[in-house]
Ligand binder design. Sequence first.
Ligand code: HEC
Length: 267
Amino acid sequence: MKAITSPGMRLASILSVGLLCALGAFAAPARAAGDLPTITAQSWSFNGPFGTFDRGQLQRGYKVYKEVCAGCHGMKFLHFRNLGEEGGPEFSEAAVKALAAEVEVSDGPNDEGEMFDRAGRPADAFPSPFANAQAARAANNGALPPDLSVMAKARTGGADYLYALLTGYSDPPEGVTVAEGMNYNKAFPGHQIAMAVPLFDDGVEYTDGTAATLDNHAKDVSAFLMWAAEPKLEERLRIGLRFMIYLVLLTGFLYLAKRRVWGSLKH
Ligand code: HEC
């Protein structure tokens, strides 16, 4: 068989190999196998080299977090001002102020040495719903609801896992008994989780016309938690893509330069 001969074809093949390598660098990381439940990959707007967050989805996701999850889970690395920053839900400045003011935060001590509660400000971190871990366990049948700030990065499967977990509740299969205070969940390792079913159809009201289904609530809050865990995702992808384009162009130029330098030599 004859190999690629014309310089044009050779350049094209070098460029396409470069491009494939570039795209490969963005591919989802391989998942560890083992006996973890299988998690189905969902199609997310932030997947792939051109991924971006869907602002509307992040705003709905915050609403789900605020109205449901925040009852048990804090997000101590997130500040209200982050909700208005580029690459996130991008709430307006006025909306961020209003959202912060909806929560009470503990501040102080004041001049009398007392702690006091006040309305939240954009600079405040999301407050924890419990005073301490013991109080959190006492309210949750002995289990500690973990902080959700970086949960999407802390679990294998990321947003896919969160979605599978939130939609994974069902009656236990025949022959499986669930311990007192635990719930069957097909996505949770071991299948018994202390968290009660948090989401239902119509559990959270949506005002942008999106159907308020369990499925959408789970998708939206998972996307929101993904952004919270990686707020610079869009920027990272943008820089990565530019760098890859640069590398591909550089490969082409180097090839042309090489031909120019060596082309005059007779074989
Ligand atoms: C009534 C309290 C409560 C609410 C509301 C709640 N959770 Fe939980 N959550 C828990 C508890 C308790 C655990 C620890 C479960 C365990 O370890 O068995 C938990 C664990 C988790 C975990 C960790 C699972 C793992 O892999 O370890 C995630 C993720 C999670 N919750 C997400 C959410 C989201 C998202 C919401 C809102 C849609 C939510 N939770 C609402 C109590 C709650």
